[in-house]
Design a protein around this ligand. Structure first.
Ligand code: AHG
Ligand code: MN
Ligand code: MN
Length: 364
């Protein structure tokens, strides 16, 4: 398709807004500022190790431990800074929260405050930075509580504790061989590819749908000794392949960059699991509800896929903490349904172990 007939992100947003004649364009303007932040981060990431010498990078605070107990890399902090600086001035936000900040960020008094909250993981999969594997940014837009909008007061943690069903928009940018911006404003999912010549996100993947069935799963199986029985059952059945209870062979992938796995699954189907496990009893899972599970969950559901804690739809969970962790399973609808069902069924006597399952020689 010639470039001239492709929609830019700006045009997509304007066409979407026509569904709401009373909308004033604040949301669109906010999304364009988020997209600009993502373009800036894409450039920083692309400089890689050359960043320092070109004055692109290293924040002096790098090497600190964040609220998650994880080492913050220079690019985690720099990306966080870019998100804040590109969104604090525009008058559309009442506050922001991020993986890299223990407390919500306030809009400086020099700028007007608005009616939305922005929650983000500025750089997901950042352990992959040093090995030049895809990373991304994840964002979620919520409405600020009316009391915040009316009073213009500072935001507090409780203002952000809204279930994923209340998200107004969500998406991610993926910094891979090309830079992509994937977005839902609650009317399906659209993907945009950065045209580096124009510096514009151009609609390349309209109306994305996740295939309902799949033969590909993603899980970090080095954690298998900590899994709960339903997860082990699902995994064992996949491994058993054609001669097991599933009657088909499965393929496995693990990038250790959730945003990249989410994108692969959006494009060709699959299921991703980072389930609740017993590895650290103080943590309900690895991934964070507000800025990882909810935005990716909203995108999946809007693309016809599903996202679950394993036990219930993730978007229905009422958060109790800003940095709350949660078990997460998402992707092809029929596979997520099956995993949820396993969590509700009694564990089979043989724990689904392939040698003794439905199609096995050992079964009488
Ligand atoms: P972040 O880089 O924002 O801390 O998130 C990393 C997450 C996620 O992207 C990925 O799926 C997972 O951590 C990888 O976990 P393992 O190290 O257990 O593979
Ligand atoms: Mn992350
Ligand atoms: Mn991160």
């Amino acid at each position: 398709m010639p470039l001239s007939s492709r929609w830019t992100l700006t045009r997509y947003l304007i066409e979407e807004r026509r569904r709401f004649p009373q909308a004033n364009g604040d949301l669109n303007a906010l999304i364009l500022d988020i997209a600009l932040a993502c373009k800036a981060i894409a450039r920083i990431v692309a400089f890689g190790q050359l960043g320092d010498s070109l004055g692109q990078a290293a924040s002096p605070k790098a090497g600190e431990i964040n609220v998650q107990g994880e080492v913050q890399k220079p690019l985690d902090l720099l990306s966080n800074e870019v998100f804040i600086r590109m969104n604090e001035w525009n008058g559309h936000l009442a506050g922001m929260a991020s993986e890299e900040m223990e407390l919500p960020a306030q809009i400086p008094s020099a700028y007007p405050r608005g009616k939305y909250l922005l929650v983000f993981d500025p750089l997901d999969g950042s352990s992959n930075i040093d090995v030049n594997v895809s990373v991304g940014s994840i964002f979620s837009i919520l409405r600020a509580p009316q009391s915040v909008v009316d009073s213009g007061r500072d935001v507090v943690e409780a203002d952000f504790l809204q279930p994923g069903t209340t998200q107004v928009a969500a998406g991610y940018a993926l910094y891979g061989p090309s830079t992509l911006f994937v977005l839902t404003v609650g009317d399906g999912v659209a993907g945009f590819t950065l045209n580096p010549n124009l510096g514009e996100f151009v609609l390349s993947h309209p109306a994305i749908r996740v295939p309902e069935d799949t033969q590909e799963f993603a899980i970090n199986s080095s954690n298998s000794r900590f899994w709960e029985p339903p997860v082990r059952r699902y995994f064992d059945e996949c491994l058993a392949g054609r001669t097991g209870p599933r009657g088909k062979d499965f393929n496995m992938r693990w990038i250790a960059s959730m945003v990249a796995e989410a994108h692969r699954i959006l494009m060709r189907g699959g299921v991703f699991l980072y389930p609740r496990d017993t590895k650290d009893p103080t943590k309900a899972g690895r991934l964070r509800l507000l800025y990882e599970a909810n935005p990716i969950g909203f995108v999946m559901e809007q693309a016809g896929g599903r996202a679950s804690t394993g036990r219930q739809p993730v978007l229905g969970v009422v958060p109790s903490e800003l940095h709350q962790r949660i078990g997460l399973v998402f992707g092809s609808r029929n596979e997520v349904d099956r995993i949820e069902r396993y969590h509700h069924e009694p564990v089979p006597r043989d724990n689904g172990a392939p040698l003794f399952s439905e199609r096995s020689l050992f079964r009488n």
